[in-house]
Design a protein. Structure first.
Length: 277
């Protein structure tokens, strides 16, 4: 079975997201832990979280993916910005224990001229301060497109972060199809080669989730502009290979395409239709 969902609004709470996911044919979903452009998180409603946990269990949901806000940058040149990232992520992980055994994804950040090595050191410093042995949430580094001074567009950078994290067993990677293609990894013409490189550098056991997005600008563009499935430079033929690849087909897929709910429903139906059961 293809495990697939999309990014959903958390405005109406956890249980509402679960019901919405079911209504569009999804068996998982992604959501922002708080305002994606700000810092405020809604007060946690334990009963609402419990209802989602029950709904997910009853409907055999795949693992859920929480996404950190875009505003955090744990490798900023500003100490204040780095502290904000640390405090936000620490609070998110505490709150996510209300929906245990799920995933938490974040963009590693932009080093803003400090250099990749300094950025990696600052990212790992944050992770080493927030990860706890008893937590049930797995934290994912997202593969990036290489826009500006982003850290994480090369597999080697992600591996270096993972190697420096003390509680590395609580870490994994989320592969974004648009980002890796924009970063120069040719998943259209050499998917096997890209996955072999991922395995050589990071290890496929670290790959825990897929952001499934088409790319508006394409290979090595470093643009990070998502397109609807089949309407960008990656194309439906390549996505058919991606969702059916033996290494990937059992992983959860999360759509972040420029869509509203009817569009997400259509993309879920499309990708289910090309998935070989």
């Amino acid at each position: 079975m293809l495990h697939i969902g999309c990014h959903l609004s958390a405005a109406k709470g956890y249980y509402a997201m679960g019901k919405t996911a079911l209504s569009i044919g999804a068996d998982t979903f992604q959501f922002f832990t708080r305002n994606p452009r700000g810092s405020r998180a809604k007060p946690l409603d334990p009963e609402d979280a419990r209802k989602l946990n029950d709904l997910a269990a009853e409907n055999r949901f795949a693992v859920l993916l929480a996404h950190a806000p875009y505003t955090i940058n744990p490798c900023s040149a500003s100490a204040e910005t780095r502290t904000f990232a640390l405090e936000t992520m620490r609070d998110d992980l505490q709150r996510l224990e209300a929906t245990p055994h799920n995933l938490y994804n974040f963009h590693p950040g932009s080093h803003v001229g400090q250099g990749v090595e300094t950025g990696i050191a600052q990212i790992t410093d944050t992770l080493n301060q927030i990860l706890l042995p008893e937590q049930t949430t797995t934290v994912l580094l997202e593969t990036m497109a290489g826009k500006g001074s982003e850290v994480g567009s090369r597999f080697e950078e992600l591996r270096e972060i993972l190697d420096r994290v003390a509680l590395s067993s609580h870490m994994g990677v989320c592969l974004d199809t648009c980002h890796v293609f924009d970063a120069g990894y040719d998943i259209v013409n050499d998917l096997d080669g890209v996955l072999a490189e991922f395995d050589r550098v990071i290890g496929l056991d670290r790959l825990r989730a897929i952001h499934i997005n088409d790319s508006m600008f394409g290979l090595s563009s470093h643009k990070d502009r998502h397109a609807k499935i089949g309407e960008g430079k990656i194309g439906l033929e390549a996505f058919t290979r991606i969702v059916n690849h033996p290494v990937l087909r059992s992983l959860p897929f999360y759509l972040e395409t420029p869509n509203e709910l009817p569009g997400y429903r259509a993309e879920i139906e499309l990708l289910r239709s090309v998935y070989a059961e």
